[in-house]
Design a protein around this ligand. Sequence first.
Ligand code: HEM
Ligand SMILES: [Ca+2]
Length: 293
Amino acid sequence: QLTPDFYNKTCPGAFAAIDKVVRAAIANDPSMGASLLRLQFHDCFVNGCDGSVLLDDTPTTKGEKTAAPNNNSLRGFDVIDRIKAEVESLCPGVVSCADIVIITARDSVVAFGGTPWTVLLGRRDSPIANFSGANTDIPAPTLNLSNLITSFANKGLNAIDLVALSGAHTVGQARCINFRNRIYNDTNIDPEYAKALRGICPITGGDDNLYSFTESATHFDNDIYHDMIKKKVLLHSDQELYNGGPLDRQVEAYSKNPEAFAADFGNAMINMGNISPLTGTSGQIRLNCRKVN
Ligand code: HEM
Ligand SMILES: [Ca+2]
């Protein structure tokens, strides 16, 4: 029951306002576009796309921000706050934080030169976060292919969605702690690439040292699929998609056909955006994305 025109009567100015803040944030810090895209994934995989990821810890309950996949890693919450403030001044109490995450992810991809898709809207915000769900439901970069497929299937997403959505790693960066095991122990990695990375990510220390997923980490294209084929990707999980298994052909297809990738990526973002939304009178429209009303 999500629709593209949900705010057309109640807050038509929201789209331009959101896009403006996203573009300003990216102009100020180009790495922010990737971080804003990732927020949709980490929201939607935990209790659905309900803005739960945005809730701060309270004295009595842990939010999702301090769960293992997010702690010291997820960012962009201040940008979401700026967007919410703008949108609240335009149309108070109308646009949910959950929908802001969805629109922001799309606008970030477009700002990075990617192809737009039509977002479906009308989500409401959850009054609760799920700390343990954030630890269990967001796939780890150590997973093998069959566990990656299962983790997506658990959210109603298929293997094509998995390959297309992994294309998000054409932008952004990862910390050494998430690729150390790959560069020292994996065998399906280009030796020169692994060697260069060992300079950035020593066996001990430097856990938070950052490295870009691809050479053009602020441009949204299909580079990551070329890198998978060259065995030059940071994450073990990304190389699992192209490792002699059933999804090799799909990776090759996206590497050769950027338009097919762009179309499937948009569709897969819509599919991911459909995970268990709160609609109608469920949940609330938070006034501050960090706190329950
Ligand atoms: C398929 C399973 C996935 C795994 C195992 C995975 C894992 C990771 C890891 C380990 C990082 C680096 C975090 C850090 O070092 O702090 C990362 C970053 C990122 N992920 Fe994923 N991810 C997956 C799927 C996705 C999806 C579906 C999206 C969005 C559609 C996404 C978007 C991003 C982006 C944009 C970044 C860079 C963030 C930044 O630079 O701030 N990932 N991912
Ligand atoms: Ca959520």
